[in-house]
Write a protein that binds this ligand. Sequence first.
Ligand code: ZN
Length: 280
Amino acid sequence: MKLLRHGSRGHEKPGVLAADGSVRDLSRHVGDIAGETLLPEQLATLAALDPMTLPVVDEGMRLGPCVGRVGKFICIGLNYADHAAETGAELPAEPVVFNKWTSALCGPNDNVEIPRDSTKTDWEVELAVVIGRPGRYIDEQEAMAHVAGYCIANDVSEREFQLERGATWDKGKGCDTFGPLGPWLVTPDEIHDPHRLGMWLEVDGHRYQDGSTETMVFQVPQLIAYLSRFMSLQSGDVISTGTPPGVGMGQNPKVFLQAGQTMRLGIEGLGEQCQRTVQA
Ligand code: ZN
């Protein structure tokens, strides 16, 4: 099942992608793709519906972030061996954890703003995991039962704010529009192995990232178990699991985004995003 949210910013409605590629409205069945809707029992109820019987949504309708009311937007840094190498960083002994503020969330095809005074805005295609069943002190063996689904995240990052402006990466990670999420929340039954997915990102048609979740260091069950030692995980929390090589700061010479460019990114089975960059 490919769940989504359609409509104008802040007024998104729940929907689902039908087999014929059309977007269908789920408003009569659930309030939002958020919170308790992400529990396994609720998802099973939605899965029993035939999308072709639901109202069709206008083809040009904007898609919002595929999950609503996100409580935590947690990110894992340096989680691909080949990406850690390109940034000159050591492979971490434990997962590197940082945050994106939830105000950074935006739709998969919304404009991405280059912050004022930014000269080093960069891209990162990532597999994001959305929590369904809440929990804490989760065993690694039980972790996958807490996953509501997977989606694409672009972990847009301002490298100067992140790395040159004093401790914590968060300053360069949570600017408004730095968290495109979607297009769909894809339920686990459609993703046979989240650790074997091709992933790529292009800027103005040039392919910079061309990797696979195969080179992830700490895999999804480990990450869920690890994070749940430090916080409770709740329905609708998002965990973005790190990026493969090919970011702008890894190029020689380094390449950063400017207003007027187009990012396209995708992950096998999870669809594609496309963002235009604009000046904030
Ligand atoms: Zn990242």
